[in-house]
Design a binder for this molecule. Sequence first.
Ligand code: UDP
Length: 366
Amino acid sequence: MKYDYLIVGAGLFGATFAHEARKQGKTCIVIDKRNHIAGNIYCAEEEGILIHRYGAHIFHTSDEKVWKYVNQFVTFNHFINSPVAVYKDELYNLPFNMNTFSKMWGIRTPAEAKEIIERQIRDLDIQEPKNLEEQALKLVGRDVYEKLIKGYTEKQWGRPCTELPAFIIKRLPLRFLYDNNYFSDRYQGIPIEGYNVLVEKLLCGTEVVLSTDYRDFHAANPDIAAKTVYTGMIDEYYDFCFGNLEYRSVRFEDEHLETDNYQGNAVVNYTESAVPYTRIIEHKHFAFGTQPTTIISKEYPSEWKPGVEPYYPINNERNNALYEKYKDKAAKEENVIFGGRLGTYKYYDMDKVIAAALIAAEKEFG
Ligand code: UDP
């Protein structure tokens, strides 16, 4: 065996694990089927602007340990995610907060906003929500649901809200403050050097082989490492033996525009169903860019099929039950560790991925 670990996938989980392994004097080889490292947090530089190639990534955490960990490698800017939502010719702040309610109903105080929402919920009189629509209506009332949730969610998941399970939206935070910060975490920002540098530094000193498919590599090098850390799709690892897990995918259409500021915000959501994309990202605003031109990406959700990138696990009952079968199989493996969004079929934020990789490393190295 040439290495202690073969790590499949050069994303955050694999790179964090590799860094921890190296600190323990272990040897790793990392392979990735793409021609670059950093998985879905990879950024490509165009016209001096860092493009979030696989969708917007805003780092946010309340986990002190993870925050200290990432700050060893990069410095975070003061970006705060404050998306705005466009519904027809109306524009609202997100998350649902006093700015949203004030604009929607012409009111000023939390008491007025609460009164309206509670009245709408009372009028609907929903007992046991049978689907996502009923669940959302019971939580936020009709106006917020119709204008800011229904269209966006149906585009995002490709199904009517009445056919989506209620548990996808268990909790929709309503904030009775004039506070447009989308996240409630203590720490937030974007690495000034970019996400690629974070992953490069994690992988520093580790051998990385790009544009390499696991199956081919494994067939050619069956005994290259004592253990495998696998961050690809768990159902694919097992040749889909119990059936396919479902994912949602996203397609991006970029436009280079001869203006220095197209939409005045990094993220603008389009919440009506008539607009085919869910949001427009203007990348320069993540970094307070002052370039003379701008690049925007329109985000189109789509059904996943083999050959396109899987983004979001669809954690409905069918898929969760199927994942449990794969998980049981995986638990019996002595020499394979599954991790990351695809390896554990979880809708993970970045900080949770790092935390999970640190736990996996601790379990391995004590
Ligand atoms: N959502 C919504 N309206 C919005 C933004 C989000 O109803 O304007 C709901 C929608 O159901 C979506 C979920 O919130 O699937 C999570 O969206 P978010 O943008 O927070 O997650 P991301 O896609 O960025 O991981």
